[in-house]
Design a protein around this ligand. Sequence first.
Ligand SMILES: [Zn+2]
Length: 189
Amino acid sequence: MPHHVVDIWWSDLRVMDRGLLPLLDPVEAARAAGLEGAADLGRFVVGAVLLRVAVGRTTGRDPWSVAVDRTCGDCGRPHGRPVVEGVHASVAHAGPLVLVATAACPIGVDVESARRGPDVAAWVRQEAAFKAHGSRDVAGLHVRPLVTPLPGHEAALALTRPGEVAVHDPAESSTALAAARAQASRSAR
Ligand SMILES: [Zn+2]
């Protein structure tokens, strides 16, 4: 593949629905159960389900059979950045926004509220770099800003190789999550 495609999926808290909870794996369900606050729960659940949808689209696998390893490299608890076999992935959220990315090379994405301060554009670049290669140094990476679907936010993408970017907007994510939710309710019967 001369130009591998990076998939960027935007979503937001409006699609949060308790009907998505059955789509979580047991580790994710335990984490969700421990989250206080509707916004924290919504960001986590939408991010976790959208990650599986995105990986399924990229790899052609059944999203619900995809194993997601969230083991933290520091403490071993399941709150680390998600690792998926066969594809690189990154998840970020800020306020109502949820951002999921998949790529054929190590990738990092970050999104933050612009209210964090004047340096937020630089901050998201460094955070994306950290997720892509473990250092906030952007040297050697392909870093670019992402247009956010809501004003008042900054977002960035960092890749270890150049690649074409395909952006899936919140409407497309919403449709994909609604289909996933319908599938979950059918199989629960
Ligand atoms: Zn930890």
